[in-house]
Design a protein. Structure first.
Length: 219
């Protein structure tokens, strides 16, 4: 009987320990809410030719982008995973679209899991190639301060800025290829503050955090 009681006590202690362990386990923190993508997102331009872009999904996941305008003749369509090269999770509050007449639809968004920023330049043209920047520094991230009419991105060695309305751009160099990981961008680029006349960034250069600043002119 004594042996049985000891075994029961040990088992109960293990069970309590297991329960306490599960209670203290922290859930993985994501950049934004990864809830079900239930409804399609539609963005309309102001042109009389009614350009538009729609993001639709299946099984609670955004998976397709389509865009066109009256008179274009076709409805262009692409898989999000195909164009960005991976599966991502979208939240409607972390997606923005600027439609420039019937020239381009600029789709700007962040992946909710990794926080990685993207900028897609989708031409209102039957055959023109889609532009893609997978190192976009979007202002959905609070440490990236940039007006909505501008977009910023990096190629690991430079920081570029473009005006969405005019296509004019400027850049600031980091002085080296930082080799940054776009899925862990804050390990190399802590923050930026961008305007049409100035770029400021806190960047890890040569293993040291450095404040970089440059006056710019969009051309």
């Amino acid at each position: 009987m004594r042996t049985t009681l000891v075994l029961l006590t040990v088992f109960a202690g293990a069970l309590v320990s297991s329960c306490n362990s599960s209670k203290t386990t922290n859930p993985v923190k994501t950049f934004c809410d990864t809830g079900c993508f239930k409804d399609s997102l539609r963005f309309d331009g102001s042109s009389t030719l009614k350009p538009y872009l729609v993001i639709s999904g299946t099984s609670c996941k955004a998976d397709t982008i389509s865009w066109s305008y009256k008179g274009m003749g076709i409805n262009r369509m692409t898989s999000i995973a195909d164009i960005v090269g991976r599966d991502i999770v979208l939240n409607k509050d972390y997606v923005r679209c600027y439609i420039r007449d019937t020239a381009y639809a600029n789709l700007i968004f962040n992946d909710c899991v990794s926080g990685r920023g993207y900028w897609l330049k989708l031409p209102f043209n039957k055959t023109a190639n889609i532009g893609r920047k997978s190192g976009a520094l979007n202002n959905f991230d609070r440490k990236f301060v940039i007006p909505d009419n501008l977009v910023a991105y990096t190629d690991r060695g430079n920081l570029f800025v473009e005006d969405l309305a005019t296509g004019k751009n400027a850049m600031m160099t980091f002085g080296e290829d930082t080799g940054l990981d776009f899925d862990a961008i804050h390990e190399t680029i802590d923050s930026i503050n961008v305007s049409p006349t100035r770029i400021w960034a806190k960047v890890k250069v040569g293993g040291k955090w450095t404040d970089l600043e440059q006056k710019i002119e969009l051309k």
